[in-house]
Design a protein around this ligand. Structure first.
Ligand SMILES: Nc1ncnc2c1ncn2[C@@H]1O[C@H](COP(=O)(O)OP(=O)(O)OP(=O)(O)O)[C@@H](O)[C@H]1O
Ligand SMILES: [Mg+2]
Length: 365
């Protein structure tokens, strides 16, 4: 039995709630997003930005006030959840505690009328896929959190869904298990090539698992792209600060040319490639300077003088708090061997990795 691989088109869906404390809330506002067949796309954003609301509308658990949702050619906006062919993995697993692992996984096949012999072989197959071979008769109340999440994953994929949906599936697990499970989810998704929409507020998790990330804020998608797109070319301050650490430095455009321009910043001039089309020479801008794009050399070894306020040696890397005039800077250097740490109070010379710089319009104030 094969499953067609289809894409998902989210076409301007909105959802309003009347909230007791906040009044009328646009939980989702004209959300537009395409997920290509077999693609893994993540909705990333802070608490309350509308990730769960959007995902639940794709699942069919909520109905949008406006907009349409398409699975392949089919408009599923009015189709009930159990007819959409989705697998949903919840944060709290939502297993039946009084049923065994096999019964939990078999449940969705039973209600679909799949014959008993086929159920048994499909349950065994997916339990193997999620690393729980032999767990059939264990009760779900006797499993660790990580094992319960594997059962929830097995239950979602056993029905051979057209679309797999995850809502913060790893947030109840400890840090080490989160990293292990996200790798397993990603490998399984690749192997089965199931079109996937995943929700998390954890930017590192989003970067680790996704083909593409849609950053949400206040009910809307503000930017979508690969992890590298978002990190190196954020469209606004929200994305720049939400995806990774950043220094946003006041600067001014001093020249524009094809494929970039020059920016006066920190008492020097740097070349920047990622310059938005809306800025003109003379405009105030903010330079997007990532911590690892700051090179640190002994005094005199670069164009910008600064001092080390404090540092932390973390083994693989060294984190620095620096000051350049009255501008604070956060920098990270990877540990290239003994003897490279700049002590607190040292005067140093900074260089900026020009390929890694970007510019945001405006002064931000
Ligand atoms: N059933 C509801 N009734 C009223 N307001 C709701 C309801 N569900 C969600 N909201 C509101 O809609 C907004 C978006 O909620 P949603 O659960 O989609 O956010 P989220 O991004 O999933 O957040 P989190 O990361 O905390 O899970 C919030 O302001 C929330 O208070
Ligand atoms: Mg949520």
């Amino acid at each position: 039995m094969t499953r067609e691989t289809i894409g998902v088109a989210i076409e301007g869906i909105s959802k309003r709630y009347s909230h007791r404390v906040k009044g009328e809330v646009w939980a989702a506002r004209e959300v537009r997003l395409d997920v290509a067949p077999g693609e893994f796309v993540t909705l990333l954003g802070p608490s309350g930005c509308g990730k769960t609301t959007t995902l639940r509308m794709v699942a069919g658990f909520e109905h949008p006030d406006e907009g349409r949702i398409r699975f392949g050619e089919q408009d599923v906006t009015g189709v009930p959840a159990n007819r959409r062919g989705i697998g949903f993995v919840f944060q709290n697993y939502a297993l039946f505690p009084h049923l065994s692992v096999a019964e939990n996984v078999a449940y969705g096949l039973g209600v679909r009328g799949v014959p008993a012999a086929e159920i048994a072989s499909r349950v065994a197959e997916v339990l193997g896929l999620v690393g729980l071979a032999g767990y059939e008769h264990q009760f779900s109340s006797q499993l660790s959190g990580g094992e319960q999440q594997r059962v929830a994953l097995a239950r979602a994929i056993v029905i051979r869904p057209r679309v797999l949906l995850f809502d913060e599936p790893l947030s109840n697990l400890d840090a080490k298990l989160r990293v292990q499970m996200r790798t397993e989810i990603r490998e399984l998704q690749r192997r089965l090539a199931i079109t996937t929409l995943y929700v998390t507020h954890d930017q590192e998790e989003a970067m680790a698992v996704s083909d593409r990330i849609a950053v949400m804020n206040q009910g809307s998608v503000v930017q979508e792209g690969s992890a590298q797109d978002l990190y190196h070319r954020p469209v606004n301050e929200f994305v720049a600060t939400f995806v990774g650490r950043v220094n946003l430095l006041p600067g001014r455009i001093t020249g524009l040319s094809e494929g970039g321009g020059s920016v006066a910043v920190l008492g020097t001039t740097v070349r920047v490639r990622a310059i938005p089309a809306s800025v003109a020479v003379g405009d105030a801008v903010r330079l997007v300077l990532r911590p690892e794009a700051i090179g640190i050399a002994p005094a005199g070894g670069g164009p910008v003088a600064a001092s080390v306020v404090s540092h932390a040696f973390l083994g693989e890397k060294i984190e620095y708090d620096l000051r350049c005039g009255d501008v604070p800077l956060h920098a990270v250097r990877y540990n290239a061997g003994p003897g490279i740490v700049m002590p607190d109070g040292a005067t140093v010379a900074l260089s900026l990795a020009e390929d890694a710089l970007a510019v945001l319009p405006g002064s931000g104030s």
